[in-house]
Design a protein around this ligand. Structure first.
Ligand code: SF4
Length: 309
């Protein structure tokens, strides 16, 4: 059995930077993170072990400094937080800022803003928090429930599947042929890279294992994407979830991970898969262009590394 890592997988720069910022500020004094810094239980436990508190609501913050997560927040929430006398540390990912600026520009230019994303997701709440009127859509039925506006400005939650977003935009255009529909693609590059690398990998795999938090949107999107190309897809949070029976009669096991999954967790899952399978001398193949972009922690030394071009 061979393990095939996706060319792009695991933690993105936005999450890495946010964790580094949290650890830096925790060393300087008591810190509370507003919401989950990332949707990954392993990372959250590590932050908790450093004494970093987590509060889901500003009213529960007991430290003088509070951190906004990589998912970002609205200007209104920032102002309210500062108004309470709290010092705000922003770990908002620069690509979430790009999405905020796109939404602000659409609203300023007179478009009725429509976000393609999950209504209750923290990032979507941040994207819409400064708007008085907007809509959030994700499924076809949501589009059918939209009201007509002469100008519709569509942007997306950064971690949505770009295929899905394009489908929804197309549906909006067909539903409102009289309206001017402007679409700004705010799905972030790391998400797109992980999705296209997952497709490339899943096409060649008999079984796919996706590593990431159960509540991580981009991990769940990877699961759905892989399931379109491979019939046997499993979502695990850690190596403890890996089941030996998944790999029966599998020649190629594909591996990918969401943008909040630490390298160490991915490597432990890979090691567990190797244990579970009849280790055929630990061959690891990377998909196209992997030589430049495969994670530095990939265990290339464990066996033969084959780069597919
Ligand atoms: S998934 Fe994209 S937007 Fe979110 S933190 Fe990572 S790079 Fe930034």
């Amino acid at each position: 059995m061979r393990i095939l890592r996706a060319a792009h997988l695991g933690m993105c720069f936005g999450v890495r930077d946010a964790i580094a910022l949290a650890l830096e500020h925790a060393d300087a004094g008591p810190l509370t993170i507003l919401g989950d810094l990332v949707h990954n239980p392993t990372v959250l436990s590590a932050l908790e072990a450093k004494g970093i508190a987590v509060a889901q609501d500003i009213s529960h913050v007991k430290t003088p400094t509070v951190m906004v997560t990589a998912h970002g927040t609205s200007e209104r929430t920032l102002a309210r937080t500062r108004g309470l006398g709290l010092t705000v540390v922003e770990a908002t990912c620069p690509l979430v800022h790009v999405a905020h600026r796109a939404v602000t520009a659409l609203a300023r230019d007179g478009y009725h803003v429509v976000i393609v994303g999950q209504r209750d997701h923290v990032e979507v709440r941040g994207l819409t928090g400064d708007l008085d009127r907007f809509d959030v859509v994700l499924e076809d039925d949501d589009v059918l429930a939209l009201e007509e506006h002469p100008r519709l400005g569509v942007a997306a939650q950064t971690t949505q599947s770009v295929e899905k977003v394009r489908h929804v935009v197309d549906l909006i255009r067909r539903r409102f042929p009289q309206s001017e529909v402007r679409f700004v693609d705010t799905v972030c590059k790391p998400t797109k890279q992980r999705q296209s690398a997952a497709v490339e990998m899943a096409r060649q795999a008999d079984v796919v294992v996706v590593v990431g938090g159960r509540s991580s949107n981009n991990t769940r999107e990877l699961v759905k994407t892989c399931a379109r190309y491979c019939a046997r897809v499993h979502h695990v949070q850690t190596e403890a979830d890996v089941r030996p029976e998944w790999f029966e009669a599998a020649a190629v096991v594909g591996l990918t991970a969401g943008t909040s999954t630490p390298d160490a967790v991915i490597n432990r899952v890979e090691a567990r898969i190797r244990l579970r399978a009849d280790a055929t001398a630990g061959q690891v193949r990377f998909c196209a262009d992997a030589s430049a972009s495969a994670p530095a922690t990939a265990d290339r030394s464990a066996g033969q590394v084959e780069v597919l071009r």
